[in-house]
Design a binder for this molecule. Structure first.
Ligand SMILES: *Cc1c(COP(=O)(O)O)cnc(C)c1O
Ligand code: SF4
Length: 351
């Protein structure tokens, strides 16, 4: 239950040996390495050499120690909504269960960067308490396994957790948020798929993917194995400066996902985690990009642009509004090209 099985590179020196960092940058990264987990899997080492947009996501940078006043250790208020260790319960009908805080790869912009890392596995007693909380809380309709990355657990361990969730009558569906299909596609093997499909409840898999180049032949094959096994696949992406902050990059990413049978679900506006300013795109720019995609891309390929309100108030669509009320029951509506139209629904006249 650590990332050693992936033979990840976990130090600036190892990344320099692999050619992903200049040797003279290594001493300047000691502070970053001390503060934040580092891990790059073989699959992503291979991609990082050829694609700066991939390397930027995983290779540590000195800017990570620059913290702006708006940034905070717990950007989306997980702690405020944690009734027991390993659970974040913010919305009545769904909660997060975090069996481990280990990941296959450590993204430099991670919103949980202050908590993720190798040491964060729930003990058996803590896991029992977390599952007891779910069993006792009848409003919980959906359990979202996240972390850390739940697919770094062994198939046996994952299966144990899913099997317990399967026995809780009010839990109707399970979702797993993971970066493993991209970071270590070879882990999506028969044993893991058997664990994901052994229970009677639906298990949705949400894949974190930010750039079309992440969807290599191996990653597409791993997604295909899950899709063929009947597992519905979603994607979550993060809007990142220098990675995917252009209409072309997002267009390529969302099309490649749909072509891989993965439905783009959310495009996240970057959370205010410490030392992530070099990845931050202005909201206005995000809105412009998303607006440019509307009309250009199939609706199937368009995710919702999402802001998670700092402090724990929840997620809301961050896109610009297309309809503005004019006060007399009519609306001014903006089309994908930016022209405006009056929309006067009949209901205003007959009521
Ligand atoms: C993001 C999140 C969810 C899931 O939100 P959806 O909009 O259903 O994808 C649930 N609980 C918490 C605490 C979250 O942060
Ligand atoms: S895989 Fe997810 S939880 Fe892990 S470092 Fe990346 S963003 Fe954070």
């Amino acid at each position: 239950m650590n990332h050693v099985p992936f033979r990840s590179l976990t130090t600036p020196a190892a990344l320099a040996d692999a050619g992903l960092l200049a040797a003279d940058a290594v001493p300047g990264l000691a502070g970053v390495a001390e503060r934040y987990a580092i891990g790059v899997t073989p699959a992503l080492v291979a991609l990082s050499g050829a694609h700066p947009a991939i390397a930027r996501q995983f290779v540590p940078a000195a800017e990570e120690l620059l913290v702006s006043p708006a940034e905070r250790a717990d950007p989306i208020g997980d702690h405020a909504h944690s009734p027991v260790k390993g659970i974040v319960h913010r919305y009545p009908d769904r909660l997060l269960l975090m069996p481990t805080l280990s990941c296959a790869v450590y993204c430099r912009f991670c919103f949980r960067r202050e908590s993720v890392g190798d040491a964060g596995v729930l003990s058996p007693a803590e896991m029992t308490a977390a599952l007891d909380y779910i069993r006792a809380t009848e409003s919980v309709w959906e359990v979202i396994l996240t972390g850390g990355d739940p697919l770094t657990l062994s198939a046996r361990r994952l299966s144990e957790i899913l099997t317990v969730l399967d026995t809780i009558p009010h839990v109707k569906t399970v979702r797993i948020h993971t970066r493993v299909p991209v970071a270590a596609p070879e882990r999506i093997d028969g044993g893991l798929i058997a664990a994901l499909t052994a229970i009677s409840k639906p298990v949705y898999v949400g894949i974190h993917c930010n750039h079309a180049a992440e969807l290599t032949a191996d990653v597409k094959a791993a997604c295909g194995r899950m899709a063929n096994a009947g597992i519905p696949l979603l994607a979550q992406s993060v809007l990142l400066k220098g990675v995917n902050d252009s209409v072309e990059a997002l267009d390529n990413l969302f099309r490649a996902l749909v072509e891989t049978r993965v439905r783009p679900y959310y495009l996240h506006h970057l959370d205010l985690a410490p030392g992530t300013g070099h990845f931050r795109v202005a909201v206005e720019e995000g809105q412009r990009l998303v607006q440019a995609l509307r009309g250009r891309l199939s609706g199937l390929a368009l995710p919702t642009y999402i802001l998670d309100i700092p402090g724990g108030a929840g997620k809301v669509p961050a896109g610009a509004a297309y309809m503005s009320p004019e006060g007399d029951g009519t609306f001014l509506v903006r089309d994908p090209q930016g022209s405006t139209h009056a929309y006067a629904p009949d209901i205003a006249k007959t009521s």
